[in-house]
Design a protein around this ligand. Structure first.
Ligand code: AHR
Length: 322
């Protein structure tokens, strides 16, 4: 191949990539983020920034401090600013129709990140990038069922934020599995709002109510942060988390791998913090070529246990902003 032909071939192969990134570079996206309730949430914010940077997209993040009314205000402000798209991580599932209708009227596409909404009007959003959170709960339940075998097992459950799609779904997935195992019973279930502090506080009350924890065989927490708080409460009650009380949770944040290494937690189901990457790609294809994405872009979930080289996983995650 002559030098001229080589150069031409290079240009031809580079054109689609450059067109996409040049197009992306002009985009401004407003992201209504829930807050910073958990390590996972902090990582999602940080990964979203780096995914935007990679594509030269301007990302404006509004922190709602866990309040839906702040998210509604942020969306209205993004509409007034005329952003090219809005990403929304909805704190709760209901109550979005009016404000998303305003974004639709302004022809601003909305993409849901990591949580779903309940609406009869699916045209209010372009796509949702989420995991299958019913499946996550089921994976946690199956891990427990396999590990307790036929032994009786009383479970306490720390639920996520009341009204959040992931809390409803993670409960459902777990309950569906438990229903098939009469030896496993969920004896107490309460919200810990996805935070470490509330997870500890609620676990303390569970321990007190259940004979200092002696009646409890396992803890199922809807996220790792609540599990980490609960682990502390179990230790303070004089019991061994991971042994006297099994601990299974969701997210796969670095701190749960530390707990694996200390023998204080037993399983976690990973939720990727990279929801923004697939969302940006879908948005670019939509804006640039009119490609309509599927209504659900599903991210992967996988189970980790202490058998999965926790030090290595910890090292791979520790700098991601958790
Ligand atoms: O919506 C995802 C959930 O929100 C995460 O599992 C939890 O840690 C976060 O607060």
């Amino acid at each position: 191949m002559t030098l001229r032909n080589l150069l031409l071939a290079t240009v031809v192969t580079l054109v689609p990539v450059m067109a996409t990134s040049a197009f992306a570079a002009g985009l401004t996206v407003g992201f209504s983020q829930i807050g910073s309730e958990s390590g996972w949430r902090a990582a999602e914010t940080s990964v979203s920034k780096s995914q935007a940077q990679k594509r030269n997209i301007t990302l404006k993040i509004a922190d709602a401090q866990q309040k839906q009314e702040n998210q509604i205000k942020a969306i209205r402000s993004f509409v007034a600013q005329g952003v090219d798209a809005i990403f929304l991580a909805p704190v709760v599932a209901t109550g979005w129709d009016a404000v998303l209708g305003e974004a639709k009227d302004a022809k601003i596409p909305v993409i849901l990140l990591d949580r779903d909404i309940e609406t009869a009007n699916k045209s209010l959003y372009l796509t949702a990038v989420t995991s299958d959170s019913v499946h996550e709960g089921a994976v946690a339940g199956e891990w427990l069922a396999k590990n307790v075998g036929n032994k009786p097992c009383n479970v306490v459950e720390l639920q996520g934020t009341v009204g959040a799609s992931v809390a409803t779904n993670r409960k459902k997935g777990f309950d569906d599995v438990v229903a098939k195992h009469p030896n496993i019973k969920v004896i107490r279930s309460q919200t810990g709002d996805f935070t470490r502090a509330k997870g500890k506080e609620v676990m303390e009350s569970f321990l007190k109510a259940e004979n200092g924890g002696k009646n409890i065989c396992a803890l199922y927490a809807h996220n790792d942060d609540m599990a980490v708080g609960a682990i502390q409460a179990i230790k303070e009650a004089g019991l061994k988390p991971g042994k006297d009380i099994l601990v299974v949770s969701i997210d796969a944040v670095p701190d749960i791998f530390k707990a694996f290494m200390a023998g204080e937690a037993n399983a976690t189901v990973e939720l990727t913090p990279n929801m923004a990457g697939p969302a940006f790609d879908a948005l670019i294809a939509f804006k640039d070529k009119g490609t309509v994405p599927p209504k659900w872009i599903q991210t992967e979930s996988r189970l980790y246990t202490p058998a999965d080289d926790p030090q290595k996983v910890y090292d791979s995650k520790k700098d991601l902003g958790y």
